[in-house]
Design a protein around this ligand. Structure first.
Ligand SMILES: [Zn+2]
Length: 164
């Protein structure tokens, strides 16, 4: 599906999903300390054996489209729930578990950092669905009500331009 972009003027094909490779807290660790203090893989991250993070997907409905749009984000987990996820990472019978959103999506003001979320586990190879607490925050409203394709591309360009 070709799309005439309202932001940059170019013609785009399918809307790429956004994915944060690491929780924002990772960037707060000095590079020379990361090897010692951080254990990371594409799905989980542990900092100092005290802070636990998992990667999931915020799904946002696209208005008037036959699809939704995924934002790959990280949320914190308390130690017990993180361990449960490690022990049952292919199961959809655990959770949902509370977590603070640990990915700032720069388009959104106020910051998306530390919004309250619930992680819903889907089993198999699927990353958990992250559901933002329903509030007046624009990200929460987007997940509840959906956004237009124009807005999705605006968010995407914003995200790409800040270089993570
Ligand atoms: Zn564009």
């Amino acid at each position: 599906m070709s799309y005439q972009c309202q932001v940059c003027g170019a013609e785009h094909d399918a809307l790429p999903e956004i994915g944060a490779e690491r929780p924002d807290q990772w960037f707060g660790i000095p590079p020379h300390e990361r090897a010692r203090r951080v254990r990371w893989n594409p799905d989980t991250c542990v900092i100092d054996d005290t802070d636990f993070f998992i990667r999931g997907v915020i799904r946002i409905p696209l208005k008037d489209q036959d699809q939704d749009w995924g934002l790959g984000v990280w949320v914190s987990q308390k130690r017990e729930n993180f361990q449960t996820y490690l022990d049952n990472h292919r199961s959809d019978t655990i959770g949902p578990f509370f977590g603070w959103l640990c990915t700032q999506i720069p388009y959104y003001q106020p910051s998306t950092l530390f919004l309250k979320t619930m992680a819903h586990f889907r089993g198999g190879d699927l990353r958990p669905d992250i559901v933002v607490e329903p509030t007046d925050h624009p990200l929460a409203r987007a997940q509840k009500d959906g956004i237009t394709l124009d807005e999705a591309w605006r968010i995407l360009h914003f995200y790409q331009n800040q270089g993570r």
